[in-house]
Design a protein around this ligand. Structure first.
Ligand SMILES: [Zn+2]
Length: 357
C-alpha cells in the first residue's frame, strides 16, 4: 500500500495557492508558483500561447491530460470617476451580493493596492431600496484616492484587475476556508499527483496542465487539448454539495468530507456526460483501493472537461471534483480529507490506466 502525502505540506500548498491572486486572463502569479512547485516532479515544462502551463511526465502508454484551472473569478476596472472611485465589471460568475463591502486587492501598475467595495449606508436608504439587492454595476472600489488623477498616479487604469482579499483559515474537523478553492484545490491535487507519480515508472504519458480562463468560457483547456490531443482526459475541479442550510439533498446529493466526486453528468448533460469507460476506470479504482467517492449529477456549472471532450474527433473525458461549500464566494469551505482521497484516486487510476485504455 502506497503511503499518502504529508497532510501539513498539502495544507500549506493550498494556503499558498489560495492566498495568491490571479483572475481569468491574469494568471501569471499562480502559473509562476505552479511552475516552481511542479518542476521537480516532471520531465518537461512549457507555457503555450494562451498561457496554459503544461508539465509532462513521460512513460510508455496512453497519454492522459489532467486539467486544473489556475484562474479565479475577479473584477476589472471599467471607469475611474472624477472623485477617484473605481467602477468595475465582474470577470466570471459572481453572485453580486457576495461582493458588497468586501476588501479587495487591486493589481495596480506599481504593485498591489488595497481597496474596499463601498456602498450606500443602510441608514440613508429608502425602505424599498433596503429590500433590494445591490447590483454589481452600482458598486465601486474605494482605494482612498483623492480624484481620478490621484488614482491614475497610484497605478490604476482602465483594465486594472482586482480580486478578493481573503486569506486561508482552518476550521474545525479538518475543514478549511478561503477564496479560490475553485480551482486552486485542483492545482494542489495536480502537484501532489505528479509528486507521487514521480517516484516510479508509469505506463502513461501524463500531461499535467494548469489552464487559463476557465471561469470565462473554458478557454485555455480548449486550445490546450487541441495541442496535446491526449488519449483521455480528466478535469480536476470543485463542485456544489447539498449539505448545509439553504440547499436540499434533492438539489445535490453530495456532502463535504464524503470523498471526491466522480461526475456522471453536469449542467443536465449539456456540459459533460462522462465517457463510460472513464467512469468505469475511476469507479473500479476507487473500489479496489477502498477510496471513498461520491457520484455527481449536476444541473448547474461545467468544467474544463466540457471543452476538452469535444476536441478533434472527441476525447474520452471525466471530471473529479472536491465538494466545496459556498463556491464563487470569498468564504469557500472544503474538507482536507477529500483532497487526500482525490489525490489517491487519481494516482491509483493512472497507475492502472493500461487495463482500461
Ligand atoms: Zn472551477
Amino acid at each position: 500500500m502506497e503511503k499518502g502525502g504529508n497532510p501539513k505540506e498539502i495544507k500549506s500548498l493550498l494556503e499558498k495557492f489560495t492566498n495568491a491572486h490571479g483572475i481569468s486572463g491574469f494568471e501569471d502569479d499562480v502559473r509562476e508558483l505552479l511552475e516552481k512547485e511542479i518542476e521537480p516532479y516532471v520531465d518537461t515544462l512549457r507555457k503555450d500561447n494562451m498561457g496554459n502551463l503544461i508539465a509532462i511526465k513521460k512513460g510508455e502508454g496512453p497519454s492522459i491530460m489532467l486539467a486544473a484551472h489556475m484562474d479565479e473569478i475577479g473584477l476589472m476596472v471599467r471607469y475611474i470617476d472624477d472623485n477617484g472611485f473605481l467602477r468595475f465589471v465582474g470577470i466570471g460568475g459572481w453572485f453580486d451580493q457576495t461582493l458588497l463591502n468586501q476588501r479587495v486587492v487591486v493589481r495596480g501598475k506599481k504593485g498591489f493596492i488595497p481597496g474596499v467595495i463601498g456602498s450606500k449606508p443602510p441608514h440613508v436608504m429608502k425602505e424599498d431600496d433596503r429590500k433590494k439587492p445591490v447590483k454589481i454595476e452600482d458598486m465601486f472600489i474605494d482605494i482612498g484616492a483623492k480624484d481620478r488623477e490621484d488614482a491614475e498616479n497610484l497605478g490604476i487604469e482602465i483594465g486594472t484587475t482586482a480580486s478578493i482579499d481573503r486569506e486561508f483559515v482552518s476550521l474545525a474537523n479538518g475543514k478549511v476556508t478561503s477564496k479560490a478553492f475553485d480551482d486552486r484545490a485542483g492545482i494542489v491535487i495536480l502537484i501532489e499527483v505528479m509528486k507521487r507519480l514521480s517516484k516510479h515508472k508509469i505506463e502513461a504519458n501524463v500531461y499535467a496542465v494548469g489552464t487559463v480562463q476557465e471561469e470565462v468560457g473554458l478557454k485555455g483547456a480548449r486550445t490546450c487539448a487541441f495541442g496535446i490531443c491526449p488519449n483521455l482526459a480528466l478535469a480536476l475541479d470543485t463542485t456544489i454539495p447539498g449539505d448545509h442550510p439553504g440547499i436540499n439533498k434533492t438539489d445535490s446529493s453530495l456532502e463535504v468530507g464524503k470523498g471526491p466526486v466522480i461526475t456522471v453528468a453536469d449542467a443536465s448533460g449539456r456540459g459533460l456526460i462522462a465517457h463510460p469507460q472513464v467512469l468505469k476506470w475511476l469507479k473500479d479504482t476507487a473500489v479496489e483501493n477502498k477510496i471513498p467517492y461520491q457520484l455527481g449529477v449536476g444541473s448547474g456549472g461545467t468544467t474544463d472537461a466540457t471543452s476538452i471532450h469535444l476536441t478533434k474527433e472527441g476525447i474520452p473525458t471525466g471530471t473529479v471534483s472536491i465538494a466545496t461549500r459556498y463556491i464563487h464566494s470569498p468564504v469557500e469551505v472544503l474538507d482536507m480529507a477529500d483532497i487526500e482521497a482525490c489525490i489517491s484516486l487519481i494516482v491509483k487510476a493512472i497507475e492502472n490506466v493500461g487495463r482500461y485504455f
